[in-house]
Design a protein around this ligand. Structure first.
Ligand SMILES: NC(=O)c1ccc[n+]([C@@H]2O[C@H](COP(=O)([O-])OP(=O)(O)OC[C@H]3O[C@@H](n4cnc5c(N)ncnc54)[C@H](OP(=O)(O)O)[C@@H]3O)[C@@H](O)[C@H]2O)c1
Length: 255
């Protein structure tokens, strides 16, 4: 039930971190995968890495360079994907960035950058790239939220706003699209060390986060793959509008 054989998947933000792991996992599950990212050199390196995986019975990965804060770039991405791979079955919006500072220090530029990258791009990627799915009456979308959509985190005011927005958008689209045959769910990852956060983790912050995590460690990006494959596959055919938390027990913990 969790096979993605013969389906076409696009992972935006698939050139590193969580998106790269999901792209590898989707390919392993049999999907024809394309990744999109902002920087061309990273996209090319990721495509090479994904295609070098041995023992995978799936077509080669395609790479697209696109700054998805730009609606025209999203439209171009949709057209290029359709030309090269055909109809899109599964979309994952894994693009994102963060910035940690006291709320009063965010400039208008910082605010716009976070909102555009984490929220505007997700909204328009969902609405434009899923439009053909709605016409065909089938498809799945996965957005990436965060623990910051569930709890208050100091110095992350704008990031938290964007991730609360991702949850709100996901639930709203789930209700709007359910009668049209398209499911959309989010994943809220706990802490996974990637380009996004590796340099922002002081030893004190690292220790506090680990101590609060019942499983006693941070996640490996490969540990998010099962959740993503589940949500993209028929195994989750009755799941829409859900947020799947993959956090080593962090949110469940009372301490
Ligand atoms: N890591 C964690 O612990 C964690 C926890 C909770 C939620 N998340 C969320 O998970 C998602 C992935 O994060 P990550 O940790 O995997 O970080 P990452 O390694 O930095 O990956 C971010 C990806 O998004 C792409 N991207 C950023 N801005 C873009 C734009 N304007 N247009 C197209 N692509 C863009 C990046 O490409 P470039 O590098 O070329 O910009 C990269 O491929 C984010 O939404 C993040 O908020 C992460």
């Amino acid at each position: 039930m969790t096979a993605l054989n013969g389906s076409n998947a696009l992972i935006i933000g698939g050139s590193s971190g969580i998106g790269l792991a999901i792209a590898a996992g989707f390919r392993q599950a049999g999907a024809r995968v394309a990744i999109a990212g902002r920087r061309q050199d990273k996209v090319e390196a990721a495509v090479q890495q994904l295609n070098a995986a041995i023992g995978v019975d799936a077509p080669p990965v395609s790479g697209f360079t696109a700054d998805v804060t730009d609606l025209e770039a999203i439209k171009r991405l949709g057209r290029s994907f359709a030309e090269r791979l055909g109809p899109l079955d599964s979309l994952v919006t894994c693009q994102g960035t963060t910035m940690l500072q006291p709320a009063g220090e965010f400039s208008e530029g910082d605010y716009d950058h976070l909102m555009d990258t984490n929220l505007k791009s997700v909204f328009f990627a969902c609405t434009h790239l899923a439009a053909p799915m709605l016409e065909r009456g089938r498809g799945t979308v996965i957005t990436i939220a965060s623990l910051a959509a569930h709890r208050g985190w100091p110095n992350a005011a704008v990031y938290a706003m964007t991730k609360h927005g991702v949850l709100g958008l996901t639930r709203t689209l789930a209700v709007e699209w359910a009668p049209l045959g398209v499911r959309i769910n989010s994943i809220s990852p706990g802490v996974f060390l990637t380009e996004l956060n590796r340099k922002r983790m002081s030893s004190e912050r690292t220790a506090r986060l680990r101590d609060r995590t019942p499983l006693g460690r941070f996640g490996e990006t490969s540990e998010l793959v099962g959740a993503a494959v589940f949500l993209a596959s028929d195994a989750s055919s009755y799941v829409t509008g859900a947020d799947l938390v993959v956090d080593g027990g962090y949110l469940a913990s009372g301490i």
